[in-house]
Ligand binder design. Sequence first.
Ligand code: ATP
Ligand code: MG
Length: 470
Amino acid sequence: MATTDMERPGGGRLGTRMWRALTAVPRSWNRFWRRVSIYMPKRLYARSLLIVITPMILLQSVVAFVFMERHWQTVTVRLSQAVTRDIAGIIDLLDTFPQPESYAQIIRIAQERMSLKIDLLPAEPLPPPGPKPFFSILDQALSSEIRKQINRPFWLDTVGNSNIVEVRVQLDDKVLRVFVRRSQAYASNTHIFLLWMVGTSLVLLMIAIPFLRNQIRPILQLTEAAESFGKGRPMPVNFRPRGAEEVRRAGFAFIQMRERIERQIEQRTAMLTGVSHDLRTILTRFKLQLALSGSKVDTEALSQDVDDMQSMLEAYLAFARGEASEDPGRFDLATYLDRLGDEAKLRKRKLKITLVGEPEVHVRPNAFNRLLQNVVGNAFRYAKEVEVKAVHDRGMLVVMVDDNGPGIPEEKREEVFKPFYRLDEARNLDSTGTGLGLAVARDIARSHGGDIKLSDSPLGGLRAMIRVPA
Ligand SMILES: Nc1ncnc2c1ncn2[C@@H]1O[C@H](COP(=O)(O)OP(=O)(O)OP(=O)(O)O)[C@@H](O)[C@H]1O
Ligand SMILES: [Mg+2]
């Protein structure tokens, strides 16, 4: 239902516009975030590193920028001012005492009091201006100060000799040449500041990385343990909840959950075994009494039923004893499919086999063999033409079993997974089945962390799709 203007905060045209603007902000923000998150690292470790590093780099860049901009520039300008003042002082001295005899005194004063090495050159034109450095606040600061304080033609070389800056000033009848130590005019220890900054960040990172790794390892171990439990594999031997409080709590909760599930499975198995066993004892007595009762005609059907019941019970007992205790191992699909070909020949069925990907899978071999055998066995039993396609890719095994038999109507496709459930046609066709095959198969698939799905096959019968992480 559309909201009317009255319902929106503010109401009226202006309200509508404001409302639209307000809802547009989170929407475009979401869109932006979705686009950014494609490029974000997916793993927790990389993400946490990013969380540590990004603010650090940001903070340091801001600090460095402000420092450069303010402090460095100000200090350099002040130093340049002082040097220029000294040079201006020397020029004043030269103007005041123009006699050549006083030059030696002036040079001495400059050397001793101002640390400036000066000499006087004959009046000749200044050299052409050298190439300006691309980025040098020293050059800029000195030039502008000389222009301001001395206001005579000058020539400046801040590039040539790296430790010394050369200044030449055109006087009335001579040229004054001054060599200034670069450090005198320039805040030259800035790189030490940057070095400290980068150095401390590296130390910080070196401390942060192992710390982060230690924090993340328990999460990864918990993930691994949960994954292997989900796939029905034993838990890693060294799994022990560790790390931060929350992670440890999750670990203990997982262990409790696992123990509860295992206890339930055990109880179920024990109960089924008990029931089957008790019933079997009674059935044996039943059979004995039937055999002893003499009259053949009446008891034939009854003893057939008892036989069926017994084989059903045997099957269930075998199931209940279960594969739960089996250890995971290697199962070779190629060998299995070869044997299937032989079986098809023996039973005079048409069989087509396809195998894509690595033939070795990591499952509980006996259980998995039973799973495949139950599904393929159904196809052999209820159809003449069978196709088996196995695709093993990126840790996932998909086995598709197609047949051209009668198929299973859509509304029965969940029912047939129930123990002892058989369709009527199957019962007429062949009386030996117990209706446990698919129940067992699904149980095994699920205990591996997978499942079985039934659908229509392009061959006209049933398609059973088994997906198992392997
Ligand atoms: N490929 C198939 N085509 C047609 N119907 C099928 C097929 N597979 C199974 N069914 C139907 O699903 C029912 C249940 O199958 P399930 O394998 O559990 O038992 P079953 O084959 O009858 O006995 P068993 O315990 O010996 O396997 C079957 O009785 C049959 O009616
Ligand atoms: Mg079957």
